[in-house]
Design a protein around this ligand. Sequence first.
Ligand code: NDP
Length: 251
Amino acid sequence: MRLFDLTSRVAIVTGGNGGIGLGMARGLLEAGARVVIAGRDRAKAEAALADLAGEHAFLEADVTSEAACRQLVAGAVARFGRLDILVNNAGSSIRKAPEAYTEAEWHAVLDANLTSTFLCCKAAYPVMKQGGGGKIINIGSMMSIFGAPYAAAYAASKGGVVQLTKSLATAWAGDGIQVNAVLPGWIDTDLTRRAREQVEGLHQHVLSRTPAGRWGMPEDMAGIAVFLASSGADFVTGAAIPVDGGFSSRA
Ligand code: NDP
């Protein structure tokens, strides 16, 4: 359908070399976009990208660095000539009791999830503005809404992602840039495989608490990425949309 066609659009997906980012990148490629996938682990990226259809490229970037975010945007423009879509998906967690966090661990989680999102948005802004507009999709979490005893830094960072999203949406609406957040439920990825090892009972909790009765899969995230990246979402900005099998709707 034309409304959701991304032909000629260029996207960056941070952390697109696995998990949710790869699921979203697949959707964007299928809708016709050219996609730059960014991450730190080249070997993982080569394996992940081996069977990807469509026009894509991998650029190595640690998105906690402002210089690296600028280089990433410049690299995408050098490769594909423009930038229309930015998916800030890169993220990580350190699971432990709040009182056990070191200052360095706190900053590591905030940098990976929140500061990286701000830095990539800031790097993309002038290019999108010059191109007449753009779409930014920031990845939050159920921890943007809820808390957990093992997730103080992660939840603080993901709550921050939603508030950052609203502020950028209001700041850049006049430039034709829409900024939205996606809040995934529990999705089966490397990140949550580690969580299942570290948090006792998590697997059963997710199954029983999720109305859909299953874990989400990375491909469950493709549709929302295409929608928010498309002209179909031109009047959607500042929203935080759960894609969670009903998790956040259940009392
Ligand atoms: P994965 O661990 O599979 O993917 C995370 C990706 O982020 C990796 O590909 C990693 O690439 C990249 N990354 C991490 N730090 C950096 C960095 N500093 N610079 C560049 N890339 C980085 O996890 P998910 O797919 O599960 O998570 C993706 C996003 O979704 C995260 O923001 C996560 O918080 C969020 N999320 C996940 C949920 C889930 O249930 N899985 C639920 C809610 C939110 P590399 O290895 O190359 O560094």
